[in-house]
Design a protein around this ligand. Structure first.
Ligand code: GLV
Ligand code: MN
Ligand code: MN
Length: 414
């Protein structure tokens, strides 16, 4: 007789205890966490996760990219693996839930399956992917595991080559080892992730669960506007070649361009670095950290050309040189029908309301989407806040999400 899993639930108190322990690592005074990838605080969180896995009696697994996981093997050692997971790194001064919830829920699902002695047809693995957020490379661990990482991706990463090398050394990893994390396509049964929504759509629609249809792609550049350093008091306004004008004007015009012509896309200038950088020197150089996101490749290509043309025009307008450095891209990806159906059925079983929605945030699933069925669910973010210490999700919503993850995993694995 087939096993009936429908009444199975995760243990909310056990998951909360683990979640709170994790949230205390790299905690900031305003209830957030500061755990940029491979920083001391991130390494401490990774160490805590490893110890927690071992103390819980699971097999601990790591690879050349530093991905950490708990494995619950099945009787057939040749069966493929269903991975559940997310990430333990955070953006600088970020929130407690982004990534951490997905990892804690994944491990709680393994604990629930094991204590109920459920026989699965796949290996189940709860994964913490290395460097999801892009403070170094972005989706690094998942790209390595998917076999998509190339040596050149490590040469000029978003976070800077020196910081990447320092992080790799601090973590006891190696650049050459990164590529060895690649797994074979036929070893993967699928990838499921629970995450907070990081937007307001679930809250506004008063729904419990968002089933993700697609994840946007992300392209990044460093644009350098280069002028001439001069005395800020004695140089006339007409004579200046002020790099800040090109950078600022580009930022404002990029917003107008996207609003006018690319309604499905977003653009962000997250950082500007001024050189020499003093009150009384006309800025010689401004380095602009530019990122833009779009749900489809065609729109990406058009937006890319439009933004680069705009940067050239603004540089010319203020008599500046422009240097552009492409820092990498993550492709948009569709979530699998199989995973979406499993999540929808799980919501029905748990009597939770749901809507379909797309993800404007990047996630590790997009690295794996061409290898195996990938699916994601979101739970409501209070006031939509994320990438900020204000990030908050009610615990009952986190528990709902973990139960949907459990029920969907059992559907794919049972
Ligand atoms: C990751 O959270 C991103 O979307 O930047
Ligand atoms: Mn995340
Ligand atoms: Mn994030």
């Amino acid at each position: 007789m087939p096993q009936d899993f429908s009444t199975l639930r995760i243990n909310p108190d056990r998951m909360l205890d683990a979640f709170n322990q994790l949230a205390s690592i790299g905690a900031t005074p305003d209830s957030g966490v500061d755990r940029p990838s491979l920083s001391e605080a991130h390494l401490a969180a990774r160490k805590w996760f490893r110890e927690h896995i071992e103390q819980s009696g699971f097999e601990f697994h790591t690879d050349g990219a530093g991905n950490h996981s708990a494995v619950l093997p099945c009787d057939d050692s040749s069966a493929p693996t269903l991975i559940l997971g997310s990430h333990l790194d955070s953006v600088p001064n970020g929130g407690r839930f982004d990534g951490a919830l997905g990892v804690m829920a994944a491990l709680e699902v393994l604990k629930t399956v094991r204590e109920n002695r459920i026989k699965l047809k796949v290996q189940l693995e709860a994964m913490d992917f290395t460097d999801e957020e892009g403070t170094l490379v972005g989706l690094l661990g998942s790209a390595a595991l998917a076999g998509h990482l190339r040596q050149e991706d490590l040469q000029n990463p978003r976070g800077g080559r020196d910081r990447l090398l320092e992080g790799i050394k601090r973590a006891g990893l190696s650049e050459s080892g990164m590529l060895s994390a690649a797994r074979k396509k036929d070893s993967l049964a699928g990838y499921l992730e629970l995450h907070i929504e990081q937007g307001k759509r679930l809250e506004s629609a008063k729904k419990d669960i968002g089933i993700v249809t697609a994840i946007v792609g992300i392209w990044s550049y460093r644009l350098s506007f280069i002028g001439k350093a001069d005395h800020a008091g004695t140089t006339t306004m007409e004579d200046r070649r002020d790099a800040s004008l090109g950078a600022s004007s580009f930022t404002l015009e990029a917003r107008e361009l996207v609003l006018r012509e690319f309604p499905n896309s977003v653009v962000n200038v997250g950082k500007m670095e001024f050189a020499p950088g003093a009150f009384n020197i006309v800025p010689e150089r401004v380095d602009v950290s530019l990122e833009f996101r779009s749900p489809n490749d065609e729109e990406f290509n058009q937006l890319n050309s439009a933004l680069l043309d705009l940067a050239r025009e603004e540089a010319e307008r203020f008599g500046l040189e422009l240097k552009t450095e492409f820092l990498g891209k993550h492709s948009p990806s569709l979530m699998s029908e199989i995973a979406r159906t499993a999540f929808a059925e799980a919501c029905n079983t748990l009597q939770l309301s749901r809507i379909d929605l797309s993800s404007g945030a990047g996630h590790d699933g997009q690295s794996l989407a061409d290898l195996c069925p990938v699916g994601m669910i979101f739970v409501p973010s209070v006031d939509g806040a994320s990438h900020s210490p204000r990030e908050f999700t009610k615990w009952q919503d986190c528990v709902n999400g973990a139960n949907v993850l459990l029920q969907a995993a059992l559907r794919l694995a049972g």
